[in-house]
Design a protein around this ligand. Structure first.
Ligand SMILES: NC(=O)c1ccc[n+]([C@@H]2O[C@H](COP(=O)([O-])OP(=O)(O)OC[C@H]3O[C@@H](n4cnc5c(N)ncnc54)[C@H](OP(=O)(O)O)[C@@H]3O)[C@@H](O)[C@H]2O)c1
Length: 265
């Protein structure tokens, strides 16, 4: 029998957190190749230059179901040719906008939902058939999933979806021996803010407890290997998690608004 090729798929691989997953997954024994997905071709090429020939790059807009289906067809063909197995699927691509509900067009609002939620579901459905016992799906949610966040209302809602969806899917996939982990980081030092800060009158501006992406990715991978359904890095984020369980959501929103100096109008 031909030895199968074991791959890891990382979406948003060119971003701060995605790149760290690529770096770490290259060291894994059960990963022969990493398929790196994002839109920007130049950044993808730079990623390949940096990490070498075990990286296969795909320029794809994950807000498009059509493009995800095309990717699925390519995966199917490749799987047929090379007896492919997906050891890791890291659904990491995502973005935020720090503003009020009325600062975004209908298209911009829905685009965030497509990338942050729909793509996670679609990529999962496309990839699960090639995942085996011991494979991992790592879905990047956020600390923003713990409670409703005014002035990040869509972003926090999309991340709540990712967290709940991942944990429920983890239960369903137990029979196949596939683990799903929802990663819930607090503020991470990445380029997310370049896209999120749009100069809105009312917006998030205080980034308490910011950490570097390498730490988040390392903890996420460690937790995934233990088949934990949720991964939280840093004491600050863990405390927020507990607080969100104990305190009424209305109170959590008030604390958030106060912390962000958004409670004065
Ligand atoms: N930074 C934080 O404070 C923080 C906190 C909690 C959770 N997170 C989550 O962590 C994940 C990674 O974000 P990051 O902080 O590393 O941000 P980042 O540096 O901006 O990276 C985002 C990545 O997603 C890709 N991406 C964005 N839109 C895409 C689309 N339509 N199609 C395909 N790829 C797309 C980007 O590449 P292209 O632009 O080339 O497509 C990039 O590779 C996100 O899900 C984010 O919500 C971040």
């Amino acid at each position: 029998m031909i030895k199968g090729k074991k791959i890891a798929i990382v979406t948003g691989a060119t971003g701060g957190l995605g790149r760290e997953f690529v770096r770490l997954l290259l060291k894994e024994k059960n990963v022969d190749e990493i398929w790196a997905l994002a839109r920007n071709e130049k950044k993808l090429s730079r990623l390949k230059e940096k990490f070498g020939k075990r990286i296969k790059i795909y320029s794809i807009d994950l807000s498009s179901v059509r493009q995800i289906k095309c990717f699925g067809e390519e995966l199917h063909e490749e799987a047929g040719r090379k007896n492919l197995e997906i050891s890791y699927l890291v659904n990491n691509a995502g973005f935020a906008k720090f503003c009020s509900y009325g600062d975004l067009s209908v298209e911009e609002s829905l685009n965030m939902m497509h990338v942050n939620m729909d793509a996670v579901v679609a990529m999962g459905l496309v990839c699960i058939p090639y995942m085996k016992k011991g494979s991992h799906m790592i879905n990047i949610a956020s600390q923003a999933s713990f409670q409703p966040l005014p002035y990040q209302n869509i972003y926090s809602s999309t991340k709540s979806f990712v967290r709940n969806y991942s944990r429920a899917l983890n239960v369903e996939l137990k029979e196949k021996g596939i683990c799903v982990t929802a990663v819930c980081p607090g503020w991470i030092k990445t380029d997310l803010y370049k896209r999120a800060e749009i100069g809105a009158r009312k917006a998030t501006t205080k980034y308490v407890g910011m950490v570097t992406p390498d730490k988040v990715a390392k903890k996420a991978l460690k937790d995934a290997k233990k088949c934990k359904d949720i991964s939280i890095y840093s004491l600050f984020t863990k405390i927020s998690h507990i607080a969100a369980k104990l305190l009424p959501q209305r109170m959590m929103m008030k604390i958030w608004l106060k912390q962000q100096n958004l409670d004065d109008e």
